[in-house]
Design a protein around this ligand. Structure first.
Ligand SMILES: Cc1cc2nc3c(=O)[nH]c(=O)nc-3n(C[C@H](O)[C@H](O)[C@H](O)COP(=O)(O)OP(=O)(O)OC[C@H]3O[C@@H](n4cnc5c(N)ncnc54)[C@H](O)[C@@H]3O)c2cc1C
Length: 489
């Protein structure tokens, strides 16, 4: 048992039997040289929680004298939410939002599930929520890192998600026995897959009646027999941090996860085909509880992006040119809107539970940001390219400046405006390129577009929920009040 792991402890725990494939190689994650930058980056995150222990660690309510990561707080009061906000913001500042799947993300999801005991118990059997609560204790006491893989592996979009070829690809239960359930199939992408301890599988979208075998919620250690983690190409680069501030440490490595007849012990099964529970979990947890974590990270990232763009504009002394100032103001607006939404949703937080234990979540309107945020993040990268232009590529390495044959030539021909040194220009522009244009930067943009579902699905869901909630009626109300509604009843 550990209270809150250090980077060194995290690194040691990567050394287990997990089956991870990178290209054509089955690799030992802890030892593979390609992964060392990312493992160091993740280890740094665990150290960060100790460096900022006053904000990132809180008292564990069930173990007097022990601390736990703030993201495990089950929000029961406004004060819980405020403490969690401060902690999540500080945790985000480790990578300024460039790491999307730091463990606090899924910790917050799990805390939300634990808070919604009313929904689990409405399924008729309290054992499922009791298992969930015990599982959260395991995660807290081991300070485990979790990823999630929650989207059906539906490749044929011409038929419903669980029909045709999709029905055979997607994760489902194929056997139940004394020990637990046996699951087979895949889910699309698990960010942090090879670097996590656990994979939490939980509902993201409703499953129709008749498809109960797909309605599963469970968690399984990554090292479990039959869990196959297939990594995308790795974009981390073993380079000087001054040359690649993000790629040198923050490739959080997405992976496709295949479950080849994996036994999930009963104590880790939290929902098994009960649609009354399954179909209610996501709307009950995601738009309000989970949204607090993802929008705080986005806010921190936009703050960074605004400063980054302001800095790179100074390289060419263009920050006050009207067309550049407009773009800088645009990013600032996105940041302010995000901050305002988070604050407003927290101020309108309330108890979402219908049971005895409160689930004090921000207002679900917060999730509207998921519809616009992908576009904002893409626009930020677009602005970086417009402002940076050729400068993004006129960037000698740190080592090149140290080279006696080249250093002075580079300093003479590649300075910034207003007395900015060539070294400063290069570091700023390299940071901007790593943020928006490098292989990792491009991947992060794709992440922002899709990690919380696409904007299209978000808009569509929001519209359907608004209709279900009976929003509307103003047009006829106005016309009737004005005496203009001259339509036969
Ligand atoms: C970098 C990255 C990391 C990810 N990490 C994870 C992870 O850790 N865990 C996890 O579970 N998932 C993860 N995902 C997967 C993510 O959840 C899915 O990509 C997302 O749900 C979208 O599904 P899709 O890729 O099949 O695209 P689709 O949903 O098919 O969308 C493709 C396009 O079609 C449009 N579209 C599709 N359906 C509709 C509709 N009904 N209405 C309107 N427009 C529509 C979308 O707007 C989009 O432009 C990740 C994805 C990426 C790219």
């Amino acid at each position: 048992m550990v209270a809150a792991r250090t980077g060194e402890q995290y690194r040691a725990d990567m050394n287990d039997a997990r089956e991870v494939w990178l290209g054509e190689d089955k690799i030992a994650v802890a030892d593979d040289p390609r992964f060392q930058g990312s493992i160091n980056g993740m280890a740094g995150y665990f150290d960060w929680q100790h460096t900022h222990a006053d904000i990132c660690l809180v008292d564990d309510p069930e173990r007097p004298g022990e601390k736990m990561n703030v993201s495990h707080v089950v929000p029961r009061t406004a004060e819980d939410l405020a403490i969690r906000h401060k902690g999540l913001e500080q945790l985000s500042r480790y990578s300024y939002g460039m790491l999307g799947r730091t463990p606090d993300y899924v910790n917050v999801v799990l805390a939300g599930h634990v808070a919604r005991r009313d929904i689990y118990d409405a399924g008729g059997d309290p054992v499922f929520h009791e298992r969930l609560r015990k599982f959260q204790r395991e995660v807290i006491e081991g300070d485990l890192s979790m990823t999630h893989t929650i989207i059906h592996a539906a490749i044929d979009k011409g038929v419903p998600e669980l029909q045709g070829m999709n029905s055979d690809l997607t994760l489902r239960v194929v056997e139940r026995n004394d020990e637990g359930i046996v699951v087979r199939g895949a889910k699309i992408l698990a960010t942090l897959g090879p670097f996590a301890d656990e994979i939490f599988v939980y509902p993201s979208a409703p499953v129709p009646a008749g498809a109960e075998e797909y309605a599963l919620c469970f968690s399984v250690p990554v090292k479990t027999k039959g869990v196959i983690t297939v990594c995308r190409d790795h974009y981390g680069l073993p380079e000087d941090i001054a040359d690649r501030p993000f790629s040198s440490r923050f490739d959080e490595q997405d992976a496709f996860v295949i479950f080849e007849d994996v036994l999930i012990p009963w104590e880790r099964v939290f929902c098994d085909g009960n649609l009354a529970v399954y179909n209610k979990i996501s709307p009950a947890v995601s738009p309000s509880n989970t949204a607090q974590q993802i929008t705080i990270r986005a806010m921190v990232k936009l703050e960074f992006a605004y400063d980054l763009c302001s800095q790179i504009a100074k390289v060419s002394n263009s920050d006050k040119r009207p067309e550049v100032a407009v773009m800088l103001g645009e990013i600032h607006t996105y940041m302010v809107l995000t901050r305002a939404m988070v604050i407003a949703a927290e101020a309108r937080a309330s108890n979402h539970s219908t049971g005895d234990e409160p689930a004090f979540f921000p207002h679900p309107d917060l999730s509207a940001l998921r519809c616009v945020m992908p576009g904002w993040m893409m626009r930020v990268n677009d602005i970086i390219k417009h402002i940076g232009a050729h400068n993004l590529l006129a960037t000698p390495t740190h080592a090149a400046f140290k080279n006696p044959a080249m250093g002075d030539v580079l300093r003479k021909y590649l300075p910034g405006a207003n007395g900015m040194s060539a070294e400063e220009r290069a570091i700023l522009m390299r940071t901007a390129w790593d943020f928006a244009g490098s292989a990792l930067g491009s991947r992060v943009e794709l992440y922002e577009m899709f990690y919380f579902g696409s904007a299209g699905r978000g808009f569509m869901t929001d519209h359907m929920v608004a209709q279900m909630n009976g929003e509307g009626g103003q047009v006829k109300e106005f016309l009737k009040a004005a005496g203009a509604w001259k339509v036969p009843e």
